[in-house]
Design a protein around this ligand. Sequence first.
Ligand code: NAD
Ligand code: DAU
Length: 342
Amino acid sequence: MSKKKVYVVTGGAGFIGSNYIHFLFEKYGQIKVINLDKLTYAGNPENLSSLKNNPDYVFIKGDICDSKIVNQIFEEYKPDYLINFAAESHVDRSIGDAEDFIRTDMYGVYVLLEATRKYGLERFIQISTDEVYGSIESGSFTEESPLKPGNPYSASKSGGDRLAYSYFNTYQLPVIITRASNNYGPYQYPEKLIPLFVTNAMENKPLPLYGDGKNVRDWLYVKDHCTAIEYALKNGKLGEVYNIAGGSEMENIEITKLILQLTGKKESLIKPVADRIGHDWRYSLDESKLKSLGWNQEHRFIDAIKETVGWYMKNEDWWKPLKSGEYLDYYKKQYPEGTSLA
Ligand code: NAD
Ligand code: DAU
């Protein structure tokens, strides 16, 4: 019998990482998954509670910047694949304080690449983001477009993205880089637009819409993101970048109104607040490269957003504890009472 493939998933207790681990176990019978996660405010082992008794799922609390623990994992589990989701991921927090972003999103990638250099791997997937290209007025970015990150989060992610490429170019490591657009789905920390607005609406709290609400994001269902990553891992060419788009571009005001409609709440809950500093206007990706390999989204936006809103409505026990003082204090500091552009 052939050996079980071993996946190291870093940042697997977060939003996309936990969805990806669920996806792997749903898709494959014969795999082992090692989840290395530091459990920052965004990491929640509850996302994977259904795997608690699965002997093929191993959770290790640890930091990707800690070479000792990373090397131990390579020595003990001899992974075939490493998918690096671990990151500080929230733009507003990076504007407040960038230090952890630079550490995890750049130095952490270096530690993982060095371990890969030492022990070897079949594939190293660096989960990057569409934000590395910066904002675009019209048209869409291809993988050849220049990088012009506009905030400390996206600049740190650009560093990790290009460092991963440099280890392919310099040491021939089997690196593939993916750049996805805005994800939505279950288990997203309620600081990001969709879970924040759905849960605020449920609590009859204001929905703080930045600026004029006309910034555009392209929404990608997290389950489609998971299939795209797996597709790139299995079919992608080493050293290449693959854009992963949602194909659902929308102004923030449009998605806000849709959330209110789906939660049955009034538009008077919308509260225009001061704009994000350096707010990227629009993200848009040309996804023809990955599609030409054969990948496609399986979910229609309207079905997936209904399912997502329904998930938050059904799972108050998951998000209520997360909307704790820590987040509210941060939010209050960022946008003091009375901040309004209305
Ligand atoms: P998230 O914030 O929900 O999860 C990040 C996870 O990483 C958490 O579990 C956290 O505990 C862990 N982590 C943070 N620092 C760590 C460290 N030093 N060592 C180990 N674990 C650490 O983020 P997400 O939204 O799931 O994003 C996952 C990845 O996908 C990130 O790399 C992000 O840049 C990228 N991405 C996200 C989106 C999106 O829309 N959310 C879109 C494109 C790309
Ligand atoms: O594009 C991919 C990126 O998408 C990922 O790389 C990031 O990790 C992820 O956080 C996300 O970044 P955004 O900044 O686009 O997502 P966020 O949910 O924070 O904001 C989406 C849009 O909504 C953005 O234009 C800012 C606006 N917004 C956000 C919040 C949290 C508001 O108007 N009000 C809010 O309270």
